[in-house]
Design a protein around this ligand. Structure first.
Ligand SMILES: Cc1cc2nc3c(=O)[nH]c(=O)nc-3n(C[C@H](O)[C@H](O)[C@H](O)COP(=O)(O)OP(=O)(O)OC[C@H]3O[C@@H](n4cnc5c(N)ncnc54)[C@H](O)[C@@H]3O)c2cc1C
Length: 288
């Protein structure tokens, strides 16, 4: 790869900034341009911070984008792709980002790797890393087609310090009426942003009653942290909106405290980069 063009998209500005770190890491090594796309309705105020971290920011602001539809958003991105001819497309691997990445991959008939945690440049080629075997291993992969679509797990890269003075360009796109109509949109309770806190106290199945979560909330409050759950407490019992682990949120806090968590590999995959790991458990063999 000589000159590279990298297009980044996330529906969340904080994650766009994480993508900026990766995009700029690559464009600093190979020369090239980092571009970001901001898509939605009433989003123009969000672009300033991005122009300080990307060479160019495209803004597509339209009432037709008020309700999220992955195919519509992928089609808008396709317009930007046709316009900028990127070599690499970075998308944050949120629920929405994952849906857009796969739809865009189909529209462009190109390779896409999801749940990516690291991208390395080796002899001018990208080596893309993602977890394998439930977090026991790390798969090294390559995309052989172009553009390469890489869906990056939130929290995999730090946010950059502003270094650019990028151009902001509003773009008009013909937005096709989607083939699927969204009848109603109801926001889900998201709870605390687990991957943004220095201290995370996680409740596992050892916490027997929902009311006992209050003890963990009290502990988290004293430590200036937040409370999360293992998957069974969230997915099966519905006590927390999200869970920590391989199929949930990846966290890297300074302090992780697992209360009644057995430390199954799928859970550990999401916490293994925590600085200090404390386990509170009645079974001494169930340590994390
Ligand atoms: C494809 C797949 C993806 C998955 N992804 C995730 C994921 O992202 N995150 C996740 O968490 N799980 C995930 N799981 C589930 C995972 O395999 C485990 O089932 C889960 O992590 C176990 O949760 P737990 O530790 O809360 O419960 P358990 O394994 O039941 O452990 C409960 C623990 O509490 C202890 N305990 C009991 N009573 C007390 C007490 N009074 N005081 C202190 N300790 C006590 C026990 O000794 C035990 O260690 C996934 C599974 C699959 C198949």
């Amino acid at each position: 790869m000589d000159m590279v063009t990298i297009l980044s998209y996330s529906e969340r500005i904080d994650l766009q900034l994480e993508l900026a770190t990766l995009a700029n890491e690559i464009t600093n090594k190979l020369s090239g341009n980092s571009i970001s796309a901001v898509i939605g309705y009433g989003i123009k105020d969000k672009v300033d911070v991005l122009s300080k971290n990307f060479d160019k920011v495209f803004v597509i602001d339209s009432e037709d984008l008020k309700l999220f539809n992955p195919i519509t958003y992928a089609n808008v991105l396709l317009n930007i792709v046709n316009n900028t001819k990127p070599d690499i497309i970075l998308i944050s691997d949120t629920k929405r980002g994952g849906a857009i990445a796969s739809a865009l991959s189909a529209l462009l008939d190109t390779g896409c790797i999801t749940e990516v945690t690291k991208v390395e440049l080796v002899n001018d080629d990208l080596v893309i890393y993602r977890g394998a075997y439930g977090g026991l291993g790390l798969a090294q992969t390559k995309i052989l087609t172009s553009p390469k679509i890489i869906a990056v797990k939130p929290g995999s890269y730090p946010r950059p310090t502003a270094i650019k003075n990028g151009i902001i360009e509003e773009m008009k796109v013909d937005i096709k009426k989607p083939e699927i109509e969204l009848v109603e949109f109801r926001a889900k309770e998201t709870g605390a942003r687990l991957n943004e806190s220095d201290v995370v106290v996680v409740a596992g199945r050892g916490v027997k009653k929902k009311d006992d979560l209050q003890m963990l909330e009290d502990l988290a409050k004293i430590l200036g942290g937040v409370v999360g759950c293992s998957r069974p407490l969230s997915a099966d019992l519905g006590w927390c909106p999200t869970w920590v682990g391989m199929s949930g949120v990846t966290i890297k806090p300074k302090l992780y405290i697992g209360v009644g968590v057995s430390g199954q590999i799928q859970h550990i995959a999401g916490i293994r980069d925590s600085k200090i790991i404390v386990a509170i458990n009645i079974d001494p063999t169930h340590h994390i």
